[in-house]
Design a binder for this molecule. Structure first.
Ligand code: SAM
Length: 320
């Protein structure tokens, strides 16, 4: 509220709106018994977004596969949130004091995790997402639990100079995260992003990513388009351009080519580990899309004294 007037929010559109969808999954987790994390702000973003959250001409009778897929994605978003929460805790326990969240969206880790003293956390995303985020958070009158720096960038452009100008120190131990981002980039843009991250990284730095296979990406886009009641609608055109690409090669090899020693975690296995198995669906299209999906990866820059390895052993993430 501004005085007695309801606040007018500039709700993100296009790819920015996907950040609200993820916040909705985290808000739903907050309504469960024994949630896997506590995100007290997620529901505020959803409320502020209001009706913008749903597609207008979605056609339920034709959409069971799509509904199943979305339900799975929402369940998976909760698992990946918890997994990357643990990743940051472990990186900080090993001495990391600098965090960069690429495409931070409505991620509120800066506010809701217990950071050690001295942590600087950089959130990179588009101006429209970060403006909406700050607008909603300002209403809560809340303060971050670390030094938070929000940076407006297009991650397809040359953003490293902006990050350094904002106070990022390449030589300091850093944990990077690309969660829910790669699918919105082309293959070339992904490679360029990884090159830029590496140029800013020092030995021992951490990088976590989440990725989808190309098959999963294409199948999911087609399912969503099929479920629209008007296949030639603007929603359809939007969906065709939203998800740009999936991962075509083994992600540990891809990261290895960019200088990272990577360890891959299966999302379903992590979900079991957290006591929250992912839903199983019997529709053949959804089943095949999900079977082709891959998972979550933690990587590290090799330290000079270490003998050459192709993968990192990965922490054990025993935070059930
Ligand atoms: N990482 C957050 C999370 O998991 O909650 C947000 C994920 S959301 C699905 C995708 C985010 O990527 C959006 O916030 C969107 O604005 C951001 N994004 C996509 N392409 C981008 C680009 N080229 N530059 C900056 N941000 C981008």
């Amino acid at each position: 509220m501004v005085g007695n007037q309801p606040q007018e929010y500039q709700v993100p559109t296009g790819v920015g709106l996907t950040a609200v969808h993820v916040a909705a999954a985290r808000a739903a987790e907050g309504r469960r018994n024994a949630p896997l994390f506590d995100d007290p702000f997620a529901a505020d973003f959803v409320t502020a977004a209001g009706a913008a959250l749903s597609f207008t001409n979605y056609h339920p009778p034709a959409a069971q596969d799509t509904a199943d897929l979305w339900a799975w994605v929402a369940s998976y978003a909760v698992i990946r949130t918890r997994f990357f929460d643990d990743y940051f805790r472990d990186a900080c326990a090993e001495g990391c004091r600098q965090v960069v969240i690429l495409a931070a969206g409505l991620d509120t880790r800066a506010f809701r995790l217990s950071w050690p003293a001295g942590v600087r956390l950089f959130e990179l995303d588009t101006p429209e997402v970060l403006t909406f985020k700050d607008q909603v958070l300002a209403e809560r009158d809340t303060a971050p639990a670390c030094q938070r720096v929000a940076i407006n960038v297009d991650l397809r452009q040359d953003w490293p100079a902006t990050l350094v100008q904002a106070g990022f120190h390449p030589a300091e131990p850093t944990a990077w995260l690309a969660e829910g981002l790669l699918i919105y980039l082309t293959q070339d843009e992904r490679d360029q992003l990884l090159d830029r991250v590496r140029q800013l990284s020092a030995p021992g730095d951490w990088l976590a990513i989440e990725y989808n296979s190309e098959y999963m990406t294409q199948t999911a886009v087609q399912l969503m388009i099929n479920s629209l009641s008007e296949p030639s609608s603007p929603d359809s055109a939007f969906l065709k351009t939203l998800w740009q690409s999936g991962t075509q090669e083994d992600p540990t090899s891809w990261l290895g080519r960019h200088g990272w020693q990577a360890h891959e975690y299966d999302a379903s296995e992590r979900a079991q580990f957290y006591g929250r198995p992912l839903p199983v669906y019997h529709g053949p299209v959804v089943q095949s899309a999900l079977a082709a999906r891959r998972g979550l990866v933690i990587a590290q820059q090799p330290r000079p004294a270490e003998p050459p390895r192709t993968t990192c052993s990965g922490p054990n993430y025993a935070h059930a």
